[in-house]
Design a protein around this ligand. Sequence first.
Ligand SMILES: Nc1nc2c(c(=O)[nH]1)N(C=O)[C@@H](CNc1ccc(C(=O)N[C@@H](CCC(=O)O)C(=O)O)cc1)CN2
Ligand SMILES: Nc1ncnc2c1ncn2[C@@H]1O[C@H](COP(=O)(O)OP(=O)(O)OP(=O)(O)O)[C@@H](O)[C@H]1O
Length: 195
Amino acid sequence: MSKKEIRNRMKDQLSILGKEQYQLYSTEIENLFFRDNIVQNSSVIGLTISTFPEVHTKEIIQRLWDMGKSVVVPKCSPKDRSMNFYMIESFEQLEVVYMQLLEPNPLKASLVQPSDIDLLVVPGIVYNKSGYRIGYGGGYYDRFLKSYMNHTMSLAFECQLSDEVIPESFDLPVDQIITNKQVIHCKSNREEGIR
Ligand SMILES: Nc1nc2c(c(=O)[nH]1)N(C=O)[C@@H](CNc1ccc(C(=O)N[C@@H](CCC(=O)O)C(=O)O)cc1)CN2
Ligand SMILES: Nc1ncnc2c1ncn2[C@@H]1O[C@H](COP(=O)(O)OP(=O)(O)OP(=O)(O)O)[C@@H](O)[C@H]1O
């Protein structure tokens, strides 16, 4: 199956997830996220503002703020498919300008260098256990990750795992995936050849 077919099939599967299950699983992932050592030791964390059926992030962002951590979110540049991360202290610093996604308003938020982001939460639609993923097809994260050297992690519903994800030359894997059931250490899976 092609990347596009795998992506579309998963989108269909996720779209029928009931709101209650969506909330329950998202909260389970959120709780595992906050128990994680890397999360606890990171002060600046990059996330996207989720839209259904992505694992919820607004609740996570609010809890990070409550803990005194810094939250940075991406603004996309469609012309060169690059992203810049801005620090937000409130959801009022967000606006919709691109693809109906909430992004930081650069007039209301400050730009942060990638090297200052301790942990980056990478969005996606389908993942394998070695951390390779299929996203929305923009290639934004594939490009960004080339020069991002700190910790990476994805949040996913257990049903988003599939061994059908075959990496292409430009794909870069995440270090860890947190699902509603488990924490997957992708780096060691890659070393052991587990897909
Ligand atoms: N909530 C959330 N925010 C996010 C992401 C995400 O996955 N989730 N992104 C994760 O990367 C970035 C935005 N990703 C995007 C990916 C694709 C397209 C886009 O233009 N898609 C075209 C098809 C592109 C193609 O075929 O090459 C389209 O849908 O028409 C836009 C944004 C940043 N913000
Ligand atoms: N590092 C890169 N440099 C240049 N082009 C790239 C790079 N990475 C990906 N691309 C291009 O971007 C397009 C989208 O890539 P892909 O289908 O892997 O996106 P995705 O992983 O689903 O999206 P995302 O990374 O935004 O979550 C592809 O056509 C690919 O050729």
